[in-house]
Design a binder for this molecule. Structure first.
Ligand code: ZN
Length: 323
């Protein structure tokens, strides 16, 4: 089926033109994502490959599992692993692509992987290799990404904002936001489900909505748009640290919050931000006020959640987040 290079190429071309709906946003940056395996078969069951050196010595790898074993495009894959003793070295790959995992306890780690409407569907193999006193051992498991149908609509942008669609503007945006989304923090800063940033506000454009922009560009919506009046307070979805608070060409006045372990939330089109880079925020803290800045057709908030660089469905983090 597809290969990682092809997927990245498609992704890059899409990110270059824009991924917007109603407001602006798809994604800030191309992100590595595994290609699906050719087989549509069920994922292999976890299996420690190496024979035990001695019945009295527990295997180096204690567990490797994916929760859940199947997700839909837009969901987050939760890969957990643990060791019975600290290995000398270890590596976690998904269909051959290595990913960093974050500590969640003594000799326990987790990798959260985002998926989106551009993610390949099918089966993915998760392979854990670890080196210990008895040599290198491996464990394998897998998961499936299932297609999800998204609504489609056509949007016409005012002529005064069409220039924001140029590839040059897209590159500038990606350079600015990409750095803020690439900050690595080992510690989990959030706790529990994410809060919607404007409680009770109606949704104007859902995540994943696809469309033809001014009759020619296709995109998917990388977040959720809420309808709200200019000046409405925007609250942090969860605790974290601000990694960006500035004007972006398409995002307008934008705040990005780092929640740790590769998870970020973003708030676009603000009339004003109320936080500064480096500031620690608590869940529900006001980070800015609703506006109509950047690539948007009117006042409202675009809320996005990124996991390992992939814009996932923010509502999945409000309703059914990883534990
Ligand atoms: Zn939006």
């Amino acid at each position: 089926m597809s290969n990682p290079r092809l997927v990245r190429s498609v992704w890059a071309s899409v990110a270059g033109v824009v991924l917007l709906a109603g407001c602006a946003f798809g994604s800030h940056q191309p992100s590595p994502r595994p290609a699906a395996s050719g087989s549509k078969s069920r994922p292999a069951a976890p299996a420690v490959a190496s024979p035990a050196a001695s019945p009295k010595v527990p295997p180096l790898i204690r567990s490797l599992r994916v929760v859940p074993a199947a997700v839909s495009q837009g969901d987050t894959v939760d890969i957990r692993l643990s060791f019975n003793a600290a290995p000398a070295a270890w590596q976690l790959t998904v269909n051959g692509t290595p990913y960093p995992a974050y500590p969640v306890g003594v000799d326990r780690y987790r990798l959260l992987l985002g998926t989106d409407p551009w993610s390949a569907t099918g089966s993915f193999q998760v392979l854990l290799s670890a080196r210990g006193p008895a040599g290198t051992v491996q464990a394998a498991t897998g998961y499936r990404v299932l297609p999800r149908a998204y609504p489609r609509r056509t949007v016409t942008l005012p002529s005064g904002k069409v220039a924001l669609l140029s590839p040059q503007v897209g590159q500038e945006e990606e350079a600015l936001a990409g750095a803020a989304l690439a900050v690595r923090t080992d510690r989990q800063l959030w706790s529990g489900p994410f809060q919607e940033p404007i409680p009770g506000a109606p949704i104007d454009s859902p995540y994943g909505e696809q469309g033809v922009y001014n009759g020619r560009l296709e995109w998917f919506h990388g977040g959720v748009d809420f309808t709200a009046k200019t000046g409405t307070p925007v609250h942090a979805a969860a605790a974290g640290m601000v990694t960006l608070a500035r004007h972006l060409p398409r995002g307008g006045d934008t705040v990005i919050v780092n929640h740790g372990q590769g998870v970020f939330s973003e708030y676009l089109h603000l009339s004003r931000s109320e936080v500064a880079v480096g500031q620690v925020v608590s869940a529900g803290q006001v980070v800015g006020l609703v506006g109509a800045t950047g690539l948007t057709t009117g006042p409202g908030l675009h809320w996005g959640v990124f996991v390992n660089g992939i814009p996932v469905d923010p509502l999945s983090w409000a309703q059914n987040p990883p534990a």
